[in-house]
Design a protein around this ligand. Structure first.
Ligand code: AMP
Length: 280
């Protein structure tokens, strides 16, 4: 049975009871508009914990002034059906005032990791993400929280926050779920026109290019990145923000693949911002 909670207080009462019975709590934070990517996280949480909390909260503090906060898709009824189907026991769908009561003035900043990639193009974004995730962690107090590799930089930022603040929980990073043609599932894909949707597969092709050149023995990041950019150039409508190989731990530049690294790409297809990555 999936129960819906609107207030911190009601959720806390229910979770305290579960905790006192010794049940482990899994947590999947989302902004709703759920798809099979979210479903994979929910199912993993439900498989590993008797109690699974899904939060649905479009977090205003992680959107820039010119971003899509107002038009971000909100599909609560179908989200609830996804949650039920995936074994979620608690859906937490608070108002912004519940998360940020009047007078709220505390923010979490994870430095360095947030200066690059999406951090460079979305100033304040990761400050909003870290703050809301910290707030939600305090409310839910999960044993394990589940995040998607689709947002790899976000995963690294959260992991760093958990490590630095010694938060008592485990972070699980789950593989990116893709459409049959390879496009990473995203709540924002629904903004794409049918033509844009067909073209968007070019991003996945760029990831595959990097992967296959690496498999052939290429170790120089500049060569791999150029190959990816050549592939992306076949989709001139895609306005690249970044296409870079960076260290998987500290997100520093990695001229050679001599340590774990990932290729990250982001850009706009029309008005829709798309991101993707592949671990190398
Ligand atoms: P969002 O609602 O987009 O903020 O995402 C909520 C969580 O779902 C984050 O941990 C995302 O990384 C994860 N997620 C989003 N898309 C996917 C996907 N295609 N595959 C796996 N996880 C995803």
């Amino acid at each position: 049975m999936t129960q819906v909670f609107r207030t911190v207080e009601d959720l806390r009462v229910s979770l305290n009871e579960a905790r006192s019975q010794g049940k482990s709590i899994g947590f999947v934070p989302t902004m709703g508009a759920l798809h099979e990517g979210h479903a994979s996280l929910m199912k993993k949480s439900a498989a590993e914990n008797p109690v699974s909390v899904l939060s649905i909260f479009v977090n205003p503090t992680q959107f820039g002034p010119n971003e899509d906060l107002a038009k971000y898709p909100r599909t609560f009824e179908s989200d609830l059906m996804h949650a039920q189907r995936c074994g979620i026991t608690h859906v937490f769908a608070p108002t912004p005032e519940e998360i940020y009561p009047p007078g709220w003035n505390t923010y979490i900043e994870v430095n360095a990791l947030t200066d690059v990639l999406c951090g460079k193009f979305r100033p304040g974004h990761f400050r909003g993400v870290a703050t809301v995730v910290y707030r939600l962690f305090r409310i839910v107090q999960p044993h394990t929280a589940y995040f998607g590799q689709k947002d790899l930089q976000q995963c690294l930022v959260i992991q760093k926050m958990v490590k630095d603040l010694e938060l008592p929980l485990k972070i699980e990073i789950c593989p990116t779920v893709r459409e049959p043609d390879g496009l990473a599932m995203s709540s924002r894909n629904r903004y794409l026109s049918p033509e844009e949707r067909k073209k968007a597969i070019g991003i996945f092709r760029a990831l595959q290019t990097v992967k296959s050149w690496k498999a052939k023995g290429e170790k120089h990041s500049s060569v791999l990145v150029q190959a990816a950019k050549d592939t992306l150039a076949r989709m001139p409508e895609f306005k690249i923000q970044y296409a870079e190989i960076r260290d998987l731990e500290n997100l520093q530049e990695r001229p050679e693949l001599d340590r774990p690294a990932a290729f990250f790409v982001a850009g706009y297809l029309g008005n829709t911002r798309l991101i993707d990555n592949i671990i190398l």
